[in-house]
Ligand binder design. Structure first.
Ligand SMILES: Cc1cc2nc3c(=O)[nH]c(=O)nc-3n(C[C@H](O)[C@H](O)[C@H](O)COP(=O)(O)OP(=O)(O)OC[C@H]3O[C@@H](n4cnc5c(N)ncnc54)[C@H](O)[C@@H]3O)c2cc1C
Length: 371
C-alpha cells in the first residue's frame, strides 16, 4: 500500500521523524516541516527511558501500546542505525527502583507481584543485593526492585540518527518561519509556508506540546494538548559509576555512555515557560542526594527544560481525523520516546489506507474513558 501522493509531516521531534522515516522506508515521498532545528524540543530534553512498568501506566490500552513499542525498539533502532550510521545507544538492561524504608519496600513487593502476574520478569532485592547492583546508592537503602526488559536510549543521539536516516531515505526537510495547513470543508489540501504552497494527500500534525496551535486547522480538528514542563540536570560521573536507570523517591537517574548522569525530572503546569528555576534544581538535587550522597562531589555540567505534550486522559492522539487527509500523532506526554516506533508504524499504516482497529482508543474524537 502507498499513500498515493506526497505526505507532509509537521513537527520534527522523534514522533514526526519516526513517522517520516517509516513512510520513506515504505517508498512514500515525505516532506518534514519544522520551524526550528529538528529533534531539539521535548525529544532532545527527555531522559530516554523505555519504561512502561516503571512509569506505572495503568490504562490497559495505553500499556499495550507501550509494550508493543518496547518490543519494537531493538529492530527499530537497528534500522535507524543502518540507514544513518549513528548508534543511538539502546540499553535494555532493566530499571532499578530503590526503597528507603519498609513501607516503600512493601509497595515495591506489591508492584513486582502485579508485574509478574503480567509476565514481566522482576526481582525484589534486599539491601545487600540492591547495593551489589547499584553500589552508589546510600547505605541506608532498604532494598529495591529490578524490572527486566526496560531500559533507556540516548534520545539526543536517536534524534540525530533519525534526521540522518530520513535524509538517507529521501525525506526532504523544510525549516520554515511560518506555516499553515490549507483545508477546504472536506479535506486537508497541503501546507502553505513563507515560500509557497505544497499539496499533500496526507498532513500529519506531530507538533508535540504545540499541536493545539497549528495554524489553518479547523478548531475541532486540533488535539487538546497541554505543555507539561520538565526540568532536568546532568552530572559528569566516572565510567559505569551508575549501571542502570534508577528510580529513587522524587527523582530518577539515567546513565549515558559518555559519562553524563541525567537527573530528572520536575513536572509542572507552566504553559510555555522554559526557564530552569532554582526551585526545580533544588528539588531534583535534594531528592537525588538524599538517595545517593556519593553523587554530591560531581560536577553539574548541564541544566535544561522541555515541554511534554500532555492530554486530559493521558492517552496520545493517533491516526486519521474526521477531516480527510489530516492525521494526528501527538500527546505522548511522558512516554513519547518509548512510543516512537509503534506510533510510526501505526501512522504509516493509517496514511497508507490501512488504519489499525486499535487506533480507535487514541482517535481525535474518542469517547471519554470510563473512570
Ligand atoms: C524532562 C522530560 C523527560 C522525559 N523523559 C522521557 C522518558 O524518559 N521516556 C519517554 O518515553 N519520554 C520522555 N519524555 C517525553 C518525550 O520527550 C515526549 O513525549 C516526546 O519527545 C514528544 O515528541 P514529539 O515529537 O511529539 O514532540 P517534540 O519533540 O516537542 O517535537 C515537536 C516539534 O514540532 C515543532 N513544531 C511545533 N509547532 C510547529 C509548527 N506550527 N510548525 C512547525 N513546527 C512545529 C517543534 O519545533 C518541535 O521540533 C520526557 C519529556 C521531558 C520534557
Amino acid at each position: 500500500m502507498s499513500p498515493g501522493g506526497d505526505v507532509a509531516v509537521i513537527g520534527g521531534g522523534l514522533i514526526g521523524l519516526a513517522i517520516a522515516f517509516e513512510l520513506a522506508e515504505r517508498g512514500a515521498t515525505v516532506r518534514l516541516y519544522d520551524r526550528d532545528e529538528p529533534a531539539r524540543a521535548a525529544s532532545w530534553a527527555g531522559a530516554g527511558m523505555l519504561a512502561p512498568y516503571t512509569e506505572r501506566v495503568a490504562d490497559e490500552e495505553l500499556l499495550q501500546l507501550c509494550e508493543d513499542s518496547l518490543a519494537e525498539y531493538p529492530p527499530f533502532v537497528e534500522r535507524v542505525r543502518e540507514a544513518s550510521g549513528v548508534d543511538p545507544q539502546l540499553h535494555l538492561n532493566g530499571i532499578v527502583h530503590a526503597a528507603f524504608d519498609e513501607v516503600a519496600l512493601e509497595r515495591l513487593r506489591e508492584h513486582g507481584d502485579a508485574l509478574r502476574s503480567r509476565g514481566v520478569t522482576c526481582d525484589l532485592l534486599d539491601r545487600a543485593h540492591v547495593l551489589a547492583v547499584e553500589p552508589w546508592l546510600a547505605h541506608h537503602v532498604a532494598g529495591g526492585l529490578l524490572v527486566a526488559g526496560e531500559g533507556h536510549v540516548d534520545n539526543r543521539r536517536l534524534g540525530r540518527a533519525l534526521v540522518a536516516a530520513c535524509a538517507a531515505r529521501g525525506v526532504s526537510f523544510a525549516r520554515v518561519a511560518s506555516l499553515r495547513v490549507e483545508c477546504d470543508t472536506r479535506r486537508a489540501l497541503g501546507v502553505r509556508t513563507n515560500v509557497g504552497f505544497t499539496p499533500a494527500v496526507a498532513v500529519v500534525n506531530a507538533c508535540g506540546a504545540w499541536s493545539s496551535l497549528l495554524d489553518g486547522v479547523p478548531p475541532e480538528m486540533l488535539p487538546a494538548v497541554e505543555p507539561i514542563k520538565g526540568q532536568m540536570l546532568a552530572l559528569q560521573v566516572p565510567d559505569a559509576f551508575v549501571r542502570r536507570a534508577t528510580w529513587v523517591p522524587d527523582a530518577y537517574v539515567v546513565p549515558r555512555d559518555d559519562g553524563r548522569l541525567l537527573v530528572g525530572a520536575t513536572s509542572e503546569r507552566a504553559q510555555f515557560d522554559m526557564r530552569v528555576t532554582a526551585e526545580g534544581l533544588h528539588r531534583l538535587l535534594h531528592a537525588v542526594l538524599q538517595a545517593a550522597p556519593s553523587l554530591a562531589a560531581f560536577t553539574v555540567t548541564e541544566t535544561w527544560t522541555g515541554l511534554r505534550p500532555g492530554t486530559a486522559d493521558g492517552r496520545p492522539f493517533l491516526g486519521p481525523t474526521p477531516l480527510e487527509g489530516l492525521y494526528v500523532a501527538t500527546g505522548h506526554y511522558r512516554n513519547g520516546i518509548l512510543l516512537a516506533p509503534a506510533t510510526a508504524r501505526l501512522l504509516a499504516d493509517a496514511v497508507c489506507g490501512n488504519a489499525a482497529p486499535e487506533l480507535a482508543a487514541f482517535s481525535l474524537p474518542r469517547r471519554k474513558r470510563a473512570s
